[in-house]
Write a protein that binds this ligand. Structure first.
Ligand SMILES: [Mn+2]
Length: 436
């Protein structure tokens, strides 16, 4: 009998969306899941199926975050068994890595198979003296480690499976850790993801396959389990089920309980909204609409607990009748952050320019000047700020062009444009231009 906690993709030290506070959320998720579901529930060991750290070059804060809980687990005499993921794997040019160091310091046990030159692989028993090995026995469980193989996983898996078959302990619960893409489990198709048929070939030798890498929860035939990332590395991940598995085993029999992110331990709240823009609206109107949406999405009470402040993602869709930059989304963001104080605000501008239908119905006999005027007029018309003055302002544009061609000073041209743009429209625009 054994009882253990299976997690993966903790990504300590992650930095995303320019949010400094966000790193602490990952620590908090890691802390709570270990305290509540490993220590309080008295597990025999903890499995981490890769990507404990977000980066190979672990930064000091992430190392502190890891050590804080690794020490507690050590005090509770709960061993931590780890494999490398793609984010924290060793650099091939050196034999040093932070995971190996933590393992050498006895805060975790990093399992690595031994690969020989010819491509043969062996799994060696854990050597406590040297703090290294390919498998370890804890109570009734025998746990096997693997490396990160990327797209070659399908090629190496048969050899690994054979090594496990030769080394497995028949009466024990044989567990294998694997950090890998799995066929059919990604939102986007990935070439060379591990096929289910290859995976299932391990089933006779492995009683529990502890997966990592895909940041959402899934299981395959009640035998291979992937808990997903502990906290959301992106807004997409905030929308899917993730967490940890608490597992009780009795030889080849396993019983799993899913520990849910956000219900059974801390998760930062995320709100995702889409705002459809009407192409008739001007920038001011759109800005105030966006702020209104954001006000609704943020809890309005003043004593909002820090941990309840959400990260909001707003996606703007629809057609814009004016230049993107006129929206001044930077100002909208600034104002929203100050007024509503979400932890973070992501504004995705997915609007498209309104189709401009210009100078329709001309034939080749239309004089050039007239044509030019109509093109400019039609370009101005869709802009809700100036559309009603399109004919008048088209004349201003043409006149400004003439002044520039005549070598007039920029100051004078600017003054002319300002006068015409902001003064009440003269009754006869054409006359006014000629009188200049
Ligand atoms: Mn990962």
């Amino acid at each position: 009998m054994a009882k253990f906690l299976h997690i993966a993709d903790v990504h300590l030290g992650i930095k995303r969306y320019n949010l400094p506070d966000r790193t602490s959320d990952f620590f908090r998720a890691w802390k709570e899941v270990i305290e509540r579901h490993a220590i309080d529930r008295r597990v025999d060991f903890v499995l981490i199926a890769g990507d404990l750290f977000d980066r190979r070059n672990v930064d000091p804060q992430a190392a502190n975050h890891a050590m804080y809980m690794l020490r507690k687990l050590e005090q509770e005499r709960i061993p931590v068994i780890v494999i490398e993921g793609n984010h924290d794997q060793h650099d091939t040019t050196t034999r040093f890595s932070w995971l190996r160091s933590f393992s050498q310091w006895r805060y975790m046990k990093l399992l690595e198979p031994t690969w020989s030159e010819g491509g043969a692989v062996s799994l060696e028993a854990w050597n406590e003296e040297e703090a290294r090995g390919g498998y370890i026995d804890i109570g009734d469980a025998r746990i096997f480690g693997t490396n990160w193989y990327g797209t070659t996983v399908g090629n190496v898996l048969p050899a690994l499976g054979e090594a496990v078959r030769q080394t497995r302990r028949p009466e024990a619960t044989n567990i294998m850790l694997l950090h890998s893409d799995i066929e059919g489990q990604l939102n986007r198709p990935i070439q060379n993801a591990l096929s289910i048929s290859k995976l299932v070939s391990l089933r006779e030798t492995v009683d529990y396959l502890a997966l990592g890498h895909t940041h959402k929860r899934f299981d395959i035939e009640g035998w291979a389990f992937n808990p997903g990332s502990l906290e959301a590395c992106s807004v997409d991940e905030a929308m899917v089920a993730r967490g940890a598995f608490l597992v009780e085993t009795d030889g080849p029999r396993i019983k799993t309980e899913f520990v849910r992110a956000g219900e059974d331990y801390f998760q930062r709240p995320f709100n995702r909204v889409v705002h459809e823009i009407s192409s008739d609206d001007d920038p001011d109107r759109i800005r105030s609409e966006i702020l209104e949406v954001l006000r609704r999405e943020c809890v309005t009470s003043d004593d909002l607990e820090d941990e309840q402040r959400p990260i909001i993602e707003i996606t703007l869709r629809g057609q814009l009748a004016f230049k993107n930059s006129l929206l001044r989304l930077d100002r909208v963001k600034e104002q929203a952050m100050e007024e509503f104080q979400p932890l973070g605000l992501i504004i995705n501008n997915k609007t498209v320019p309104k189709q401009l239908a210009v100078a329709i119905g001309f034939n080749r006999d239309t004089p050039r000047g007239e044509r030019e005027m109509r093109v400019i007029e039609d370009l101005i018309k869709p802009d809700p700020r100036f559309g009603h003055r399109a004919a008048e302002l088209a004349l201003v544009v043409v006149e400004a062009k003439r002044l520039a061609l005549e070598g007039e000073s920029p100051e004078k041209i600017l003054r002319y444009i300002e006068d015409r743009l902001f003064q009440p429209a003269p009754t006869d625009a054409a006359e006014a231009v000629c009188a200049e």
